[in-house]
Design a protein around this ligand. Structure first.
Ligand SMILES: [Zn+2]
Length: 155
């Protein structure tokens, strides 16, 4: 039996822990969080290449004083579908759940079709339907373009 080392990041008082992020995807998740929008008083801890019994290797991000909007959660579900989200309040885990992809995703991605109405001057918000879940494939509700590469299309 191999003992799995458990990495202890500094516990946080209030905030969000994003665990079980696929190996090497922490920086993409950080991009979704918008590091420039995180308050300066909030400590952000990132662990990359942590051994995981569940998924082999994983990344972990802890952000103090931040709870994630539904849009950010949807974006994380696209980029890091194995991630789990824990909400910490007063040092206790108040809620822990895997990210979940809804059937429709609004405003999270740009449509890759330059002719799509959502890319015109018209302020039309993008809207995608989930047409497959493993691997994830989305379809633009306006022009029908299929998307399976999400990093490049994040809004
Ligand atoms: Zn489109």
């Amino acid at each position: 039996m191999t003992a799995v080392r458990e990495l202890k990041l500094t516990p946080i008082q209030n905030g969000t822990v994003i665990d079980h992020i696929g190996n090497g995807l922490a920086l993409e998740v950080l991009r979704i969080l918008g590091i420039e929008r995180i308050q300066q008083s909030s400590t952000v801890s990132i662990a990359i290449h942590v051994p995981s019994q569940k998924i082999g290797w994983k990344d972990i991000i802890k952000v103090e004083n931040m709870e994630l909007s539904a849009r950010k959660l949807n974006a994380i579900a696209l980029v890091a579908p194995t991630a789990t989200i824990s909400i910490i309040r007063e040092q206790r885990v108040r809620e822990k759940r895997p990210v979940a992809l809804p059937d429709r995703i609004d405003g999270v991605l740009h449509c890759p079709n330059p002719g799509c109405i959502t890319n015109q001057r018209e302020p039309v918000e993008s809207e995608f339907e989930v047409v497959r879940r493993k691997p994830i494939v989305l379809r633009c509700a306006y022009c029908g373009r299929l998307v399976d590469d999400f990093l490049a299309q994040l809004a």
